[in-house]
Design a protein around this ligand. Structure first.
Ligand SMILES: O=C(O)CCC(=O)C(=O)O
Ligand SMILES: [Fe+2]
Length: 270
């Protein structure tokens, strides 16, 4: 019975996220523009469409090295599939449950998500096996993810699902050192602003950064945040959803339930 359910879930996820070996997903299961699409003989330049993938979903947060956001990383259908996978796990049943954690062998949906992240980074146009084109700032010429992190196996082996009711958030923190570098956070449901501020102990290592700096990053549903290097070790991140803190471009963001899936890798135990 469990196996059957597992197979069913796998099928749903394959349909939504696509199979990395045969990428035949059409517009129906993929609202954002296709990742693998060739233009017709009219030769018109179709923005967003390249045979190498969606380069334009990725945006560096230029103030913070190693911080990138992939907007519309998951289509509306993919977000719905992910939410139903979380529902099937029983994570969303009780409003009082605000966190679920898994270590080691991740469930199929999380493995699919990990492969999908890797695939998108590889296809992004901001990835090089050698790091030699990396620029010293966090511009478009810099790196989305370092190759040694992208190719580790497994890419992630720990996940946390955070379920935030309106008004709930997470205090400023640097993720625990028991996790390796290279963290991905997928956002679902309500949009919110995550603020980054320099970690006190690291301020002297951060060039041209004032200690009171606070960098807002808008996390929209279906987006993925990639954090590595300075962003992971030298900056704290927080989400304050108390009234008055969630504004973007002068507008208050209506706060409903928000779900995030954080994927990380544990440091090897000695
Ligand atoms: O919910 C989020 O987007 C962030 C979660 C987070 O920072 C954490 O679990 O360490
Ligand atoms: Fe965190």
């Amino acid at each position: 019975m469990e196996d059957e359910e597992g197979e069913e879930l796998k099928a749903i996820l394959r349909e939504a996220f696509g199979d990395s070996s045969s990428d035949s997903d059409g517009e129906s299961s993929h609202h954002r523009q296709g990742r693998v699409q060739v233009s017709d003989s009219t030769d018109e330049v179709v923005k967003h469409h390249t045979i190498f993938g969606d380069t334009d979903i990725w945006e560096p947060i230029t103030e913070i090295k190693g911080l990138w956001i992939g907007r519309d990383f998951l289509s509306t259908d993919q977000q719905a599939s992910l939410i139903s996978a979380l529902e099937k796990e029983g994570y969303l049943t009780e409003a009082s449950q605000n966190q679920a954690m898994r270590f080691g062998d991740l469930p199929t949906w999380a493995l699919e998500l990990s492969y999908y992240i890797r695939e998108n980074i590889l296809l992004s146009g901001y990835f090089s096996e050698t790091m030699d084109f990396i620029s010293s700032d966090n511009s478009k010429e810099s790196h989305l993810f370092p190759p040694e992190l992208l190719w580790r196996e497994p890419l992630f082996n720990q996940l946390i699902v955070n379920i935030y009711q309106p008004g709930e958030g997470i205090c400023a923190h640097v993720d625990l050192m028991r996790f390796e570098d290279g963290i991905a956070i997928i956002s679902l449901e309500s949009s919110c602003v995550m603020h980054f501020s320099p970690a006190e102990a690291e301020i002297s290592h951060l060039e041209n950064v004032k200690k009171e700096a606070k960098i807002p990053v808008l996390l929209t549903p279906g987006s993925v945040v990639l954090m590595w290097g300075e962003a992971r070790y030298m900056w704290k991140h927080e989400i304050n959803r108390k009234p008055g803190f969630q504004t973007w471009e002068g507008q208050e963001i209506n706060q409903k339930r928000r779900i995030s899936v954080t994927l990380r890798r544990l440091c090897p135990t000695r």
